[in-house]
Design a protein around this ligand. Sequence first.
Ligand code: SF4
Ligand code: SF4
Length: 710
Amino acid sequence: MKFAESYGVPLADISRESFFNIGGSHGFMRWGIYIFVFIAFFYLAYTIVKRVLIWRKGKGELRTDFPEKRILAVIKYVIFQAKILKESYAGIMHAAIFFGFAALFVVTLIIMAQDDFFELFFHNHFIKGNFYLVWSLVGDLAGMVVFIGLIMASYRRYITKPTRLDTKPIDTFALALIFIITVTGFTSEAMRIAISNFPAWEVWSPFGYALAVPLSFFSEGSLRVMHQLSWWIHFLGAFIFIGLVGSDKLGHIMISSLNVYYGNLDNETPAAKYALNVIDPAIFEVAETFGVSKVEEYTWKQLMDSDACTRCGRCQDNCPAWLTEKPLSPKKLVNDIQDNMDERIPALMLADDPSTVESTPLINETLQHGSVMPDEFWSCTNCAACMEACPVNIEHVQKMIDMRRYKVLMEGDMAPELQTTFTNLENNFNPYGFAFAERGAWLPADLGVKTLAEDPDVDYLYFVGSAASYDKRNQKVATAFLKILQKAGVKVGILGAEEADSGDAAMRGGNEYLFHALVTQNLENFKAYGVKKIICTCPHDYNVIKKEYKKFAAMGKNAEGGPLEHNVEVFHHTQIISDLITGGAIKLVNPLNETVTYHDSCFLGRYNEIYDAPRHILRAIPGVKYVEMSRHHDTSFCCGAGGARMFLEEHLGTRVNQFRTKDAQSTGATRICTACPFCMTMLSDGITELDIQNMQNFDIAEYVFNAMEK
Ligand code: SF4
Ligand code: SF4
């Protein structure tokens, strides 16, 4: 391939005629094209306006602040495909189609700028010479990249058929449309080259040129007819594509990008990632309904979420509920909300009296298209694997929490064991029903740790949490942790009987009212004792105190009606221990000659991105052979206890804890390491239930205590 100057012809000749063999770029053809452009964009505008009107039927929600951060999110997730590329095959496939099409879009914009502006008004045909050569090459390569992506997509959808993909006619139509546009782009180009007797510079369109060679066996007359046919199919296909970019399958191109732009910026930082909405306590005084039982009770952004779903199934593939045969699929959930919205909201908009509109109920006891069964949203462990995987940042968990809130706060309809949990939390501030006065009784006297009432002058408050306060196994973890701190000279205190449960289970179980009572009590104690730094051994406590407490403090009131404060820095014990090891305050000298695997707690990992500290600790223990489970870090698999599931019986499907224990077993590890009291219980139960003889489970603090120089 040579540059334009080397072909020995005037540079102006190294170009191509617009509307070659079609009828020229002036007169009828130009205006004919403008009519098609108008129809395509009119339909596109119609579909977008219709979707916007539907979304606006949802409740208000602030998602327009910090536009610069939102643009960065679009660059990260849409342009750089941050989540899509986490999967190799699907990522490469999607990137090929996306980037190839983006390049073709730019190539098309350039020729439109020439034909419909510069040439029209200034007789300036600027796509010529070397610019033409590069423009041709980019267009040709981009077309081939799209073609390869389409082959990969077709192979996956119709040959390998992963279970997470459900193929509807619209999927086949969308794929076929892009396929036709791409192929006819090449055939039109190849026929033009063949009809033009293979100009030497057209090798800059290598694929079109190669395809032109076999086509040259046709007569020129036949080629001209075939070229016109190919060109028109290409042209009409492109405008059908533009018209459909705002709706159904192809709509994800536009709506997904919008969804990312209006996404939850909290999720971009571990300081607030995946925090739930907290109901303003003032609303409890006046609101007539809580939670969501009708689709219009979602916010406009939650409605947009359901339209943005591409049905890629990544959420479902990572969902512990789905993978253990529960009725919950996060993909189905989002699609059912969309179906319900599409049926109900247009009817609401047309009705004179919205209260008379009858439609498929959003929450339905029986399986029905467009409805969500309570067993679905109660199966959710709030593990956030779905949200972490979703390439368009759909927020599944809040939608299910909203339904739980409706069930609990409006209907008092929940599993009996959850009702008991709430009663225990109300009466004794712990979910187990033990006396609240005994909350600090576990504390060994020889540790020298006091309550803040006895001595508020401490480096940290150790927020013990309900599990370590009352559960014997987790009391050992708390004791080991305090001994580590004692050795390192870190002074901590506890709240003892003044500590209330963090409220995580109440909040995620849908009992927002109870959550408010618990958080108020704890925040008031933090303030009363001037607490500035808190350590938690429970990731659920760590997460809720760090995030939802902060939200609540901004709007809640104390018992006297005064403002609440959240002036605390919250740490998880893995962070503290890791720092103590790094700083040399504790020395790990006793070897542990075992193969150890670490289980990432959802509320430590995905919610707070604390992945390195626990691994740093384990690798610092002499003798440890560390192995990683197949699902780890942000793709870690839930133990089954999150989202208040710790306090709910698991009647449906197989047990999540056993699924995860088998993950650990398959590594060949003899030890599991957990850093969460719920994970401790669930995986220890898993070992017992599966009768695995050569495996034990310990908290990271216990490993460190055993290994450290005493
Ligand atoms: S949060 Fe976890 S359990 Fe719930 S839907 Fe998402 S992946 Fe499934
Ligand atoms: S919710 Fe997200 S991850 Fe799940 S199918 Fe839809 S786009 Fe894919």
